[in-house]
Each structure stands twice: as structure tokens, then as C-alpha cells.
Design a protein around this ligand. Structure first.
Ligand code: URP
Ligand code: ZN
Ligand code: ZN
Ligand code: ZN
Length: 467
């Protein structure tokens, strides 16, 4: 059965254009756009009309960094694919790319199969996978080629977390060389984990056990040093590089320098680094644990460099690194030892709104908002123009966004399966009103109308941002 929907009268905002236009949706895809009020738009007929007058019409958000159900730090991230993708939809995100994990001794295939099993039939929105490579062996390298062919075209490596996900420089170089050959994009967690572990041990020996010491031992210089090393290893391998969750001004400077040299080096930051700081990590009564993630929150002064990076395209993407752990029972594992606090923050529901606030605050422009949150992540990870834009033929993943609605962020009202909000009490202007995923109403005027199992797996092409 073919349903035709028209979204009438909104300001359609993409990475490249803003135009008052009506959008015709047919069979789950964008069929046509036409300037509102013109004969072409008047000729759109449909079974369902959605009124977007006074609202923005945006491509659905593309969040390329989530960790649903991730086993980590002796516990598991508290959002399942079901709860996490539902919350994403509430926040105007219609695609996630989550990280499947290869544990040591496992094949990539085993890890990927396990993530497919967690996600399949449970997602409210479409999803793809990156693969975390934590055991670089000859067979692993061969498997990378196979995964690229079937649509897992990006691989995350860790210079942090020795004994867990950590790879040494030789392992990293080998994986990068493989990526240079098969077109994959290497994503790097750039922190010198070996040096950090020494500082952790020394801090704990001095009795420095509170959450704020997490930020002190994971030094900006050790993020910058690892970022530099990752860039040069990628250069030697002849591979492009995408640095995840950049938080330090010194790390942005490394990316800027490499890009000025013409290297295919890209950077992602996250809302927590743009809106939160070490002040949060220092909150008393162990409340700081709510803000423990890696890379860590930085002193507020770093934020200007991140915004400048986003404006100047030395940073290309804002994702969430959504990796929620409840305060009760999960973050509390680290009372008396900050190194035992599970690392990660909730945020998949908040990204589009926080970045809209950044538009109002003058940090970025409206089209840049769509570019860093929808279009570029889709291009970077081989999903464009199916995802990330509103053009004829694109999936009808579309958000009707009310730029004037006021909201107060709170765990009381959010939909993520976690008992606190990192942005509790924050007043924001702008809110998602209606969300379509492949033409189906997932959120309709602030009511959830989606269903688990609507979301499908997305095989991806290789990076489209290079060409
Ligand atoms: O603290 C974080 N970022 N947790 C998720 C795992 C990672 O390193 O991205
Ligand atoms: Zn207008
Ligand atoms: Zn990471
Ligand atoms: Zn992450």
C-alpha cells in the first residue's frame, strides 16, 4: 500500500539550502520538493498532510557514535537498542551508527554477529555498525576486507584502555595499512592510555579518588600527543583518519595543522565537550561521577577551540558518544576509586536540541547545524544521500522542528533509560515536534507513534567525504 504524505509550509533546512517548500513523500522516500504556494506545490496530492508552517523541516539527525548495551567497566550501558533508538527518535535522530565490539580472542565476525543479534527487530530507527578492533591479528586484517564488502566500512581503534580495547602503534599501523587498501575509515580514540594508567595509579596512591581526578589524570596533552601520533601513523599508512570525541584545544590544533598540510584527517566532537566542563566533574557528593567519560570533560576554556573548529571545518561532525550508565548502581561502582566509574554519558536524545541552542547562541549557523549533525556524518560513513539530506530519492527521514518552543531538559521527562540527565535543568529554545522514518510517523506532535522493529540495518558504502 502506497501512502503519500505532504509536509506543507515549513522552512526546509539542509546543509546547503534554506527554502520555504512543501515536501512530497511517497513510498517512504522524498518524491519531490516545491516552493510553497507555487503551482508545483499546490499540485502535490496526498493521503496525509502535515502542517509545518512556522517550523523547520530538517533531515533526520544522523548520530554516528552510540554504544547501546555496551558491556564496559564491569557493567553494561543502560540503553538497549529498543530504548536507545526510541529516545534518539524523540530527539530528532533517525539514524545511528553503533559500535560492534571484537573482544580479545574473538573474530570480527563473532563480534559483529553478536551486535546484529542485539539490534535486530528492536530498533525504532535505522542503524548501522562500525567495528571496534581490539585484537589485530593476520586473520583480523583479512576479515576487515570482508566487512567492508558487506557494509561495515569503519573501524575504531583505541590508544587508550590498556588490557581492554587498547592497540599498540604497530597494531594500529597494520590496521591503517589495511584500511588504505580496502577503503575503510579508521576511527581513533586518541589518548595515551599507557601514560594515563601510570598517572591513575599515582593519583590513587595519593588518596585522590574523587571523580574530578578522572579529568586530571587524562591530560589534554596526552590527548594531543595521541592525536598527533595517530595522524602521523595514518600519514605513513596512506590512510584517512577520523578522530572521535575530540575534547582538548591542543588536539584540535593537531587536526588543524594536519588539515593545513592537506591530509585527509577528520574530527568529531560531542555536545558534552561543548556544553559541560570540569566544573561538572567537580560537583560534590560524588555527583561528578555523572560526568565521567573519556576523553574527559575539559576546563571551560577549551570550548572556544571546539566551536572554532566546528565553524572552520577542522572538526566536521558532532555525535553523542551516547553510553549511559545509571548513577544508582552503575556510576556508584567507582565510589572511592574514580578509575572504577564506568565511562560514558547519556545524550542521544539531546544532540539536535543542544546544537539548535548553539545556533541561537551564535556559535554556528543554521545550515551548519544540519551539516554537522546530519549531512556530514552521513557522507563520512557512506550513507548519503539516502540519509542526511532532503532530496528527491532520499529516505523520508524528516523532522518537523519548532524553533520557538521552550523546554527544560530533565531526567523526569527524557526517554533514555538512565536515571539522570547530564543537562538537568537546562533551558533550551527549540524542540522536535514530529519525526518521520522512511515516511512512517515515529513521533507525531510529541507523541511516540513508532515501534520497535521498524528500524532496519544499513549496510554502508565507504567514506564519501573524501571525494
Ligand atoms: O567514555 C566513553 N567515551 N565511553 C564510551 C567508550 C568510548 O571510548 O567511546
Ligand atoms: Zn522564514
Ligand atoms: Zn572512545
Ligand atoms: Zn564511544
Amino acid at each position: 500500500m502506497s501512502t503519500r504524505t505532504v509536509v506543507r509550509g515549513g522552512l526546509v533546512v539542509t546543509a546547503s539550502d534554506e527554502i520555504h517548500a512543501d515536501v512530497l513523500i511517497e513510498d517512504g522516500r522524498i518524491a519531490a520538493l516545491a516552493a510553497t504556494g507555487t503551482p508545483a506545490a499546490e499540485a502535490f496530492t496526498a493521503d496525509r498532510v502535515l502542517d509545518a508552517r512556522g517550523k523547520y523541516v530538517l533531515p533526520g539527525g544522523v548520530d554516528v557514535h552510540t554504544h547501546m548495551e555496551l558491556p564496559f567497566g564491569g557493567t553494561s550501558a543502560s540503553d538497549t537498542f529498543e530504548t536507545g533508538t526510541r529516545a534518539a527518535a524523540w530527539g530528532g535522530t533517525t539514524t545511528i551508527v553503533d559500535f560492534a565490539v571484537q573482544t580479545k580472542g574473538q573474530s570480527l565476525r563473532e563480534g559483529l554477529d553478536a551486535w546484529h543479534a542485539k539490534a535486530e527487530g528492536n530498533c525504532a530507527i535505522d542503524y548501522g555498525f562500525h567495528m571496534i578492533v581490539s585484537d589485530v591479528r593476520e586473520e583480523t586484517l583479512k576479515e576487515m576486507d570482508l566487512l567492508v564488502e558487506e557494509g561495515v566500512t569503519s573501524f575504531k581503534q583505541f590508544m587508550a584502555y590498556p588490557g581492554v580495547f587498547y592497540s599498540d602503534d604497530g597494531q594500529i599501523l597494520r590496521a591503517m595499512q589495511r584500511a588504505a587498501g580496502n577503503g575503510a575509515l579508521v576511527m581513533m580514540h586518541a589518548e595515551n592510555g599507557i601514560a594515563i594508567d601510570v598517572l591513575v595509579e599515582q593519583a590513587l596512591a595519593r588518596g585522590e579518588t574523587a571523580p574530578r581526578y578522572h579529568g586530571e589524570v587524562r591530560k589534554a596533552l596526552l590527548e594531543a600527543e595521541a592525536t598527533h601520533r595517530a595522524i602521523r601513523l595514518a600519514q605513513v599508512a596512506g590512510a584517512p583518519l577520523y578522530v572521535v570525541h575530540v575534547s582538548a584545544a591542543e588536539a584540535v590544533a593537531e587536526l588543524t595543522r594536519a588539515r593545513d598540510e592537506g591530509l585527509p584527517v577528520f574530527g568529531e566532537t560531542c555536545p558534552q565537550y561543548l556544553f559541560l566542563s570540569t566544573d561538572n566533574l567537580a560537583e560534590p557528593d560524588f555527583e561528578g561521577a555523572k560526568y565521567v567519560c573519556s576523553t574527559p570533560l575539559r576546563p571551560r576554556e577549551h570550548q572556544a577551540a571546539l566551536w572554532r573548529g566546528l565553524r572552520g571545518n577542522d572538526l566536521q561532525v558532532v555525535s553523542t558518544d551516547h553510553c549511559p550508565f545509571c548513577f544508582a548502581g552503575q556510576k556508584e561502582l567507582g565510589r572511592g576509586d574514580f578509575s572504577k566509574i564506568p565511562n560514558g554519558l547519556p545524550g542521544v536524545e539531546n544532540r539536535m536540541d543542544l546544537l539548535h541552542q548553539a545556533v541561537l547562541d551564535g556559535h554556528i549557523g543554521r545550515r551548519r547545524w544540519v551539516e554537522i549533525a546530519c549531512a556530514t556524518p552521513a557522507r563520512m560513513f557512506g550513507l548519503y544521500p539516502k540519509k542526511g539530506t532532503l532530496a528527491p530519492g532520499s529516505d523520508a527521514d524528516l523532522v518537523i522542528y519548532d524553533p520557538a518552543a521552550e523546554q527544560v531538559v530533565s531526567a523526569e521527562t527524557h526517554h533514555m533509560n538512565v536515571d539522570y540527565s547530564a543537562y538537568e535543568g537546562r533551558r533550551l529554545t527549540g524542540r522536535v515536534e514530529t519525526v518521520l522514518s522512511r515516511g512512517e510517523l515515529v513521533v507525531n506532535r510529541r507523541e511516540f507513534t513508532g515501534r520497535k522493529g521498524h528500524g532496519v540495518y544499513l549496510p554502508r558504502s565507504t567514506c564519501q567525504y573524501l571525494s
